[in-house]
Design a protein around this ligand. Structure first.
Ligand code: FES
Ligand code: FES
Length: 165
């Protein structure tokens, strides 16, 4: 029996459509980093433990190392490269800079993408809810306090924006 070795993928990445053949076993992480050169998404454990490779697929956080590219067919992928609006950084990015939430920075794209998913689901999380949500995102620099503070500030800023007349 002949098995299928490639897939004709159609996906939107950071708002841009992409179509083409990909090997059936290609992970979303390989697709983003090697094929699209979107190297902001990081590779680390490759076993869905560290969160460094977190991206959003249809606004849901996934570990790109354990998600096959073809599974994103017909879906919308958001990576760290698509978070800013032109020159305007996302409130999360601004808060991470302000609070030194990025130290070596290796975990930062994954932390920001996971935080984005959190704020979509819960726009006003408590510090405890942030800690719980991010328990799959490891920071070897131990910047957890600054990361949580950044997310709280970004949430407050977005809420203030929503309440402005
Ligand atoms: S590299 Fe994907 S979770 Fe660690
Ligand atoms: S800032 Fe270095 S691993 Fe998190």
């Amino acid at each position: 029996m002949k098995t299928q070795s490639t897939f004709n993928l159609s996906v939107s990445v950071n708002g841009k459509p992409w179509s083409g053949e990909v090997p059936i076993e290609e992970t979303l992480l390989e697709f983003l980093r090697n094929r699209l050169q979107l190297i902001g998404t990081k590779r680390s454990c490759e076993s869905e433990v560290c969160g460094a490779c977190t991206v959003l697929v249809d606004n849901r956080a996934v570990s790109a190392c354990n998600y096959l590219a073809f599974e994103a067919n017909g879906k919308s992928v958001l990576t760290i490269e698509g978070v800013a609006q032109g020159e305007q950084l996302d409130p999360l990015q601004e808060a991470f800079i302000r609070n030194i939430g990025a130290q070596c920075g290796y975990c930062t794209p994954g932390q920001i993408m996971a935080a984005k998913a959190l704020l979509m689901e819960n726009p006003t999380p408590s510090r405890e809810q942030i800690a719980e949500w991010l328990n799959g995102n490891i920071c070897r620099c131990g910047a957890y306090g600054a990361i949580a503070q950044s997310i709280l500030e970004a949430a407050q800023e977005s809420q203030a924006k929503r309440e402005r007349p």
